[in-house]
Design a protein around this ligand. Structure first.
Ligand code: ARG
Length: 520
């Protein structure tokens, strides 16, 4: 059918009757709809910010998942921040989210560490040695490289770990406890939802690995190649055209990352009853997950209906566009980055908020620093790289977290000035009239749509762009439309628009794991 004719037929129906009295057909068959102010007003007065999904799912979200042999470094930031935000949005939409922190707490690195700690003589030495996890791992690795008797001790320790030798397990546990305390500390600072109960690391699947091999065998998928147990899947080939194996057991009997992930997946589908499993890691693991999912479906580690998704992301770069490194060429520690951000934020707040006392300022600086770190990450398309630049991310202008937090604080200040309790403002008093009110109202009603888009694509930048656009339009509205100094009906209506904007900002930033200080 001719698109213009179809458009005309649509316009001739009454579907838009209460929505728009200004519908026009344009170009080859577009329909332009100008929403009526009455429609906007009544929608704002009656519709909740978020309508829960009519298809709630159980969704396992695997994120953060650092390898705990070392301190958490900047490479773990993105998985932690992105995974946390997506799981907050899924929960808000009404899904049941099961967070899983699949920490790397098993394998050869831990053999080195356990052997090294075992060599420290006294308990006191052990305790002080454990304080600096990074140093411990570096020292153990260096010793492993130059001291062959230590190296064989370390390899022995791996076997002892696998067979749960009590003394070896005891040392390992001490190390893990210190590492987890360090993790908790970072999650606390960053306001991340993960708790100790969400940790189910590689070590917890150690005993399930032989069954993985058996299952592959039963399904006729296991092939021996150069002494190793492998699975070959159609479509996975090397550059030279030869078939790429997924190795699940080495010739010495040791298991691999793939093997553990297969065992983990079985647990997630069987015990956690996942409808969907989402993984957030950097782009280097794309092939790992492609192979994992293919084998998992073939050998029924997951049912055909279970959706398995790997969501990769780019790297964090320095201001020159190179990978972020410390002066000595190491990956910067996450705790150091957070500290730098806090110092920077304190300077900004000190300058801008001299009317507040020291305690309030340092509280605000904390919210600003954490918000800025998270927002800088989440506001970029997940798959691209981005530059970690404290100046840009803490700017009070532009698409930044402080800009949005500041807008929210400004609305609180309007309420305070009018002696109004923001929570008691009634949204059914909103009467949209002025064009700036119209533009703001249209945006206020888009929240649900943006939430759904962010969830469907597993990309938080849609929410960020939305909140920025909303704030720009709120600022325009506030410039053009006096709120407190106008006649009472209009004042009530505009206070309603302010209250709803504050709510959208608070809930929207909440989706990103960013809190809003009352004052700034
Ligand atoms: N520990 C891994 C790393 O630091 C990430 C684990 C991701 N989750 C998984 N189930 N493989 O690279």
């Amino acid at each position: 059918m001719n698109p213009r004719t179809l458009a005309q037929q649509l316009v001739d129906t009454d579907v838009l009757e209460d929505v728009s009295s200004n519908v026009a057909i344009a170009g080859p068959g577009f329909i332009n709809v100008s929403l009526d102010n009455d429609f906007l007003s009544s929608s704002l007065g009656s519709e909740p910010l978020v309508a829960p999904t009519n298809k709630p799912l159980r969704i396992v979200v695997d994120y953060s998942s650092p390898n705990v042999a070392k301190q958490m470094h900047v490479g773990h930031l993105r998985s932690t921040v992105i995974g946390d935000s997506i799981s907050r949005m899924l929960t808000l939409a009404g899904h049941t989210v099961v967070r899983q922190n699949h920490i790397g707490d098993w394998g050869t690195a831990f053999g080195k560490i356990v052997a090294y700690i075992d060599d420290l003589k006294s308990d006191q030495e052990i305790n002080s040695g454990l304080e600096d996890l990074e140093q411990l791992y570096i020292a153990a690795s260096q010793r492993f490289d130059r001291d062959s008797s230590f190296a064989s001790k370390a390899r022995e320790a791996v076997l002892k770990l696998q067979s749960h030798d009590p003394r070896t397990m005891d040392i390992w546990q001490k190390f893990i406890d210190v590492s987890l305390r360090h993790l908790e500390d970072i999650y606390g600072k960053l306001d991340i939802l993960l708790t100790p109960a969400d940790i189910k690391g590689e070590s917890s699947f150690n005993d399930d690995l032989p069954a993985v091999i058996e299952r592959l065998e039963t399904n006729g998928l296991l092939v021996e190649s150069d002494g190793a147990q492998c699975v070959f899947i159609n479509g996975f080939v090397r550059k030279d055209g030869s078939r790429l194996p997924m190795i699940v057991q080495k010739s010495d009997g040791g298991y691999l990352y793939h093997t553990t992930d297969l065992a983990t997946l079985l647990y997630r589908t069987r015990e956690l009853e996942a409808d969907q499993v989402l993984y957030f890691t950097d782009a280097r693991q794309i092939l790992h997950f492609q192979m994992l999912f293919a084998v998992a479906k073939k050998a029924k580690f997951a049912e055909e209906a279970t959706e398995l998704e790997h969501h990769a992301f780019g790297s964090i770069l320095n201001a020159n566009g190179e990978p972020l490194k410390t002066r000595s060429g190491e990956n910067p520690r996450l705790s150091d980055l957070i500290e730098q951000a806090e110092i920077h934020a304190r300077n900004v707040v000190e300058e801008k908020s001299q009317h507040l006392d020291v305690e309030q300022r340092s509280e605000i600086a904390h919210h600003v620093a954490i918000g800025a770190i998270k927002y800088a990450d989440l506001s970029k398309n997940r798959t691209s790289d981005y530059k970690f630049d404290l100046n840009t991310m803490m700017s009070l202008e532009g698409n930044t977290s402080p800009y949005l937090q500041y807008a929210h604080a400004r609305i609180s200040a309007i309420f305070a000035r009018g002696g109004i309790n923001g929570e008691e403002i009634e949204l059914d008093r909103i009467r949209v009239k002025h064009p700036a009110e119209h533009d703001l109202a249209v945006r206020l009603l888009r929240f649900q749509e943006v939430l759904e888009q962010s969830i469907t694509e597993r990309k938080a930048h849609h929410m960020c762009n939305y909140l920025y656009d909303l704030t720009v339009h709120f600022t325009r509205f506030y410039e053009k439309c006096p709120v407190l100094n106008t006649e009472s009906k209009e004042r009530d209506s505009r206070l309603g628009l302010c209250a709803r904007t504050a709510e959208n900002l608070r809930v929207g930033l909440g989706c990103l794991g960013i809190s809003v200080p009352k004052r700034m």
